[in-house]
Design a protein. Structure first.
Length: 417
């Protein structure tokens, strides 16, 4: 028979869920809309122009996002795209519903021996959102993060459903598409269960965009990113951000076309070119570890650590470092905490703890300390450097977890249940 405290846990979780999301919405809509919800108002503007002038991104002009991003942007606009606050509230409600779906999936994925849900992953997920702050709601990443949770929960039980979710998420923002790699390695029939569903989603998106007149622009999100420099929040920018505190030849400036702050100085141009190569090599290294796990019969165990390692690589070895990217890492960690037995937590627990600290530091830097960071404040710069070091540590732990799960079956390894 379930004890009363255990039975009440999900109730307390949902009360906390409502409070956290109300708080994040309040911060974004009321307290700091100009910074943390700036992108949300940009989404509203694009949809307003589309609805009232019939000039749509992708369909009529090149766009920085994949074509599927119009779907979540358009939904809040259907109830009103003329007011910033009204659209922002609709956006927050949409993100809250998606997060609720992800939380339900975490609670239902695996129950304890007494039939009660395991709430560790769900509580961690909620704590992460709170610590990351309003940016956890005020970006497209707030849409794709719960989709990644749903896909990873479905995982090997329903690989085709997971592939459909990841492919749909990739057409909103590219990151979820990366998880198709560990999923394909993990399943027994990758072509049938992963490749075909993903291609089906992509085919539908391309067909719809082409029929609506955007055939020339459906890949424009790739070309519009070519002018990016090293973003000030990125891990790569760390040496230049530190140097900017005392060197006049290192500065932080606004990229007007992409509305991002980037560092410039000796070596930054070369760094962007090197990173393009390093990122490919790092992804290849993770793919090799995943393939090794498959060869050793450990592909199932490697799925979630592989997802975390791959997403960590995409953040650490990248010239882009927007604060909302941390939401990507929350998905595999929340699912790992839900399905992993105690024996498998020697690397996971510190990784989860570090990621919470990283989220908190990220919120302090953005939005609350961002102006001071751009003006060269030493304290905020130090916090950003600490955040970036912690991200590298998370990547290291994720790789350790992936290597351990790649061991031969005769060797004990940290393995998800």
């Amino acid at each position: 028979m379930t004890s009363r405290p255990e039975a009440r846990r999900p109730v307390g979780l949902w009360v906390a869920f409502g409070a956290v999301h109300a708080w994040l919405a309040f911060l974004g809509v009321v307290v700091a809309p100009a910074s943390s919800f700036h992108d949300v108002d940009l989404y509203r503007y694009w949809m307003f122009v589309g609805l009232y002038t019939d000039q749509w991104p992708v369909l009529d002009t090149a766009w920085v996002y994949p074509a599927g991003a119009m779907v979540p942007m358009l939904l809040p606009a259907l109830t009103g795209a003329t007011t910033t606050v009204g659209y922002a509230i609709g956006w927050c409600l949409m993100v809250t519903l998606l997060d609720a779906g992800a939380t339900v999936a975490l609670l239902r994925h695996r129950a304890g021996t007494d039939g009660t849900p395991r709430t560790t992953g769900a509580w961690w997920w909620l704590g992460f959102l709170l610590l990351l702050g309003p940016v956890a709601m005020g970006r497209l990443d707030g849409i794709v993060a719960p989709l990644m949770v749903l896909a990873l929960v479905a995982g090997l039980r329903h690989p085709r459903a997971a592939a459909l979710l990841l492919a749909a998420g990739a057409w909103i923002k590219i990151a979820p598409g990366a998880l198709l790699l560990p999923l394909a390695v993990a399943v027994r029939r990758p072509v049938r269960d992963v490749v075909v569903p993903a291609l089906a989603v992509s085919g539908v998106v391309v067909a719809v965009v082409t029929v609506l007149g955007g055939g020339r622009n459906w890949l424009s999100f790739l070309s519009t990113q070519q002018g990016r420099g090293v973003q000030v929040e990125s891990v790569t920018a760390t040496p230049w951000v530190i140097a900017s505190l005392w060197r006049d030849d290192v500065s932080v400036g606004l990229n007007d076309a992409l509305v991002t702050w980037e560092v410039s100085g000796p070596g930054t141009v070369a760094a962007t070119q090197v990173l393009d190569v390093v990122l490919v090599l790092a992804v290849g290294a993770v793919a090799a570890l995943l393939w090794r796990a498959r060869q050793e019969g450990r592909a199932v165990a490697a799925l979630l650590p592989g997802a975390l390692a791959l997403l960590s690589v995409l953040i650490v070895a990248n010239k882009v470092g927007s604060p909302q990217l941390l939401a990507w890492l929350a998905a595999p960690v929340a699912v790992l905490l839900t399905v992993t037995s105690d024996v498998g937590r020697s690397w996971l627990r510190p990784a989860a703890g570090l990621l919470l600290a990283t989220a908190a530091l990220t919120q302090v830097v953005f939005p609350w300390g961002y102006t001071r960071l751009l003006s060269g404040d030493a304290l905020v710069t130090t916090l950003l450097v600490a955040r970036n070091v912690a991200l590298v540590a998370v990547l290291t732990l994720a790789v350790v977890g992936l290597v351990r799960t790649s061991r031969p079956a005769s060797v004990p390894a940290d393995e998800p249940g």
